[in-house]
Design a binder for this molecule. Structure first.
Ligand SMILES: C[S@@+](CC[C@H](N)C(=O)[O-])C[C@H]1O[C@@H](n2cnc3c(N)ncnc32)[C@H](O)[C@@H]1O
Length: 358
């Protein structure tokens, strides 16, 4: 019942943990043969938060777009988890008492999917997030929560290193500068010799949002562009009806900052729609790209094309594996649009999974 649910207020990067949880629960309900996370479903039901029209800045818009484009929620938050699970299971098969650390855990529930009954588990995140985690998911046996920044070297001393250390980090490294990442990996090498880490990473293409569309063959590119543009404006309209005023103000601010020759005459949806309808297709596309860029500007920072670059920063680190996000993901239950999307994404190296020994 609504009154029993936990109300969550998070801001900045930490708010991004909610959509990650939501898509894992959603995919588990809709495509359980691909991925199933019962604990994520349970958690979403405990939270008082309207995920599909979320007031996390603009996240609701993306959910609506993926629905309209017939793309199920198979993005990085879900499918990286599938790869992480496989990697953890392989590691703990050889190290049954290992310490496994989920860095920037948010409301990640990996422990419940992979536990072998003997591992030690650590979930680390910023103090505000760990408070929420404790409220929703009290620490079970063999699990320790660490309320620290992953950049703070003191957390390394909170981990038992006797039986091997394996780390996962999902959806977080893009928020750091490259200089911070360099220090971070050296800190791991100092503290966990022979430890392993698996993480997902964006390519520069994705940081420069929209650029990956340009790499598609012309025909698919045009089709995706048109569909994307139509879906974008419909989704924005949908969102507008439900969005809180401060979020609408942010959108208006972004539109005002666009480099378009014309601007909406007012701040209501009808003004935006009237302005939009008068733009040419090329102008519409330009608006959409600028808008997307401005909404992620300053937030998305670190991108990596080849994990071997990290070994050049610190020669104690070696690459065990790196591969595109959708490799080996069964596609049979997915829509043709989704299969196409996954193939394009992998071919262009949009997101990668990286596995290192430190
Ligand atoms: C996109 S969410 C991903 C959460 C989780 N890994 C998942 O897959 O659901 C990003 C997470 O990074 C956490 N985060 C951001 N900066 C951090 C830092 N300096 N140290 C630890 N966690 C951080 C946020 O609080 C948030 O939980």
């Amino acid at each position: 019942m609504q009154q029993d649910k936990v109300k969550i207020k998070l801001s900045g990067v930490s708010a991004s943990l909610l959509p990650c949880l939501w898509v894992r629960a959603q995919l588990s309900k809709e495509y359980s043969s691909l991925f199933y996370d019962e604990k994520a479903i349970e958690l979403v039901e405990k939270i008082d938060f309207e995920f599909s029209t979320s007031d996390v800045p603009f996240q609701g818009i993306w959910f609506n777009i993926s629905r309209k484009l017939n793309l199920p929620p198979c993005g990085p938050p879900v499918l990286r988890a599938k790869h992480f699970d496989d990697k953890i299971r392989a590691y703990i098969a050889g190290h049954p008492h290992a310490s496994v650390i989920s860095l920037a855990a948010g409301l990640d529930t990996t422990f419940y999917r992979v536990d072998n009954g003997t591992i030690r588990w650590y979930d680390l995140d910023l103090p505000a997030v760990i408070d929420i985690r404790r409220q929703l998911l009290p620490e079970p046996d063999r699990v320790t929560y660490i309320a620290k920044s992953l950049l703070d070297p003191s957390w390394c001393k909170d981990v038992n290193t006797e039986d091997g250390v394996f780390m996962i980090a999902g959806g977080v490294f893009q928020f750091f500068e490259q200089s911070e990442m360099k220090q971070f990996f050296s800190m791991l090498a100092d503290n966990f010799p022979d430890g392993e880490i698996v993480f997902d990473v964006l390519s520069k293409l994705d940081i420069d949002f929209g650029a990956w569309i340009d790499m598609l063959p012309q025909e698919q590119r045009d089709a995706i562009r048109v569909a994307w543009m139509e879906a974008w404006v419909e989704a924005l309209k949908d969102w507008w009806e439900r969005a809180p005023q401060d979020q609408k103000d942010k959108v208006n601010g972004m539109i005002a900052a666009l480099k378009t020759p014309t601007k909406p005459k007012g701040k209501e949806w009808s003004d935006i729609e009237a302005w939009w309808n008068k733009l040419s297709d090329t102008e519409k596309e330009g608006v959409m790209r600028d808008y997307i860029k401005s909404s992620s500007r300053g937030v998305m920072k670190w991108a990596l094309e080849d994990a071997n670059d990290i070994t050049k920063w610190d020669d104690r680190i070696t690459v065990i594996d790196q591969f595109p996000l959708y490799r080996d993901i069964p596609r049979d239950s997915l829509s043709a649009e989704m299969r196409q999307f996954m193939d394009h994404s992998d071919r262009n190296g949009r997101f990668n999974i990286v596995h290192l020994r430190v």
